[in-house]
Design a protein around this ligand. Structure first.
Ligand SMILES: Nc1ncnc2c1ncn2[C@@H]1O[C@H](COP(=O)(O)OP(=O)(O)OP(=O)(O)O)[C@@H](O)[C@H]1O
Length: 233
């Protein structure tokens, strides 16, 4: 469950998110639309712990979100606008980074220097399998070894979605993740985000696309930081 309570986000004088409250239960998809600069990305970033709230709170399944590392470790996945991929790494390497970071953090928290060889092999095999499946899900199973900068804009967007899927989060925040896709791939990505919800994740999609909003369980719009409901969850 994503619970946002009276959240405001300010950048100096600019109030990007103004006293927003919402709840997204597990299994549900919320679409947030609104004009450019309305505050959609800032809302998602605050839920992901990537920008600090100036007031109000964000909670995801019992954890109050205060910073990005803790949110990421708790399974709050952000698929950022503009993809956020490392261009000089391959698609596969981009998918592996958050999974390896999560594994390393888990080991540190457990105060474990290293797994034994067998356990390490098993974990790495599991990560490899997860990555291959996510690439296949977005139709890029043959592009894993391509540098991101060699891929088209739409392919890069699908790599970013695959990276989000591979993390199997409890909250998925997809920021304009279909904006560069043709209709077939847009449908494919929407189905995958729906599958994440069916698995038990709470999903929020920021979008300019009315078709995406229509397919969500609930639809809110933002304007000058304020949120209003077109269709409640
Ligand atoms: N890092 C920042 N520093 C200063 N102002 C910012 C920053 N990020 C966003 N803003 C401002 O906050 C407001 C909300 O921006 P935000 O990116 O959240 O809107 P948006 O609805 O996602 O827009 P778009 O649809 O164009 O992506 C805008 O006025 C923007 O200029």
């Amino acid at each position: 469950m994503i619970t946002v309570t009276n959240l405001s986000v300010a950048y100096g004088e600019v109030l990007a998110v103004a006293d927003v409250s919402l709840r997204v239960p597990p299994g549900c998809v919320l679409a947030v639309s609104g004009p450019s600069g309305a505050g959609k990305s800032s809302l998602l970033w605050a839920i992901a712990g990537a920008v600090r709230a100036s007031s109000g709170t964000v909670e995801v399944d019992g954890l109050t979100i205060t910073d990005r590392p803790a949110a990421a470790a708790h399974g709050v996945v952000l698929i950022p606008q503009g993809n956020g991929l490392a261009r000089v790494l391959t698609a596969r390497e981009n998918l592996s980074m958050p999974l390896l970071a999560d594994r390393a953090l888990t080991a540190v928290l457990a105060r474990r220097d290293e797994d034994d060889d067998e356990e390490r092999e098993h974990t790495l095999d599991t990560i490899d399998g997860t990555i291959e499946k996510a690439l296949k899900d977005v139709g890029l199973e043959d592009s894993g070894d391509h540098l991101v900068e060699e891929l088209s804009g739409g392919e890069q967007q699908r790599v970013a979605v695959a990276r989000g899927l591979a993390q199997q989060g409890r909250a998925i925040l997809a920021d304009e993740s279909t904006s560069e896709l043709d209709s077939t791939n847009r449908e494919r990505v929407l189905e995958l985000l729906r599958r994440e919800a069916d698995r038990g994740a709470a999903v929020i999609i920021a979008t300019h696309d009315p078709n995406v909003a229509a397919g969500a369980d609930g639809h809110a719009t933002m304007d000058e930081g304020r949120l209003s409901w077109e269709r409640r969850l």
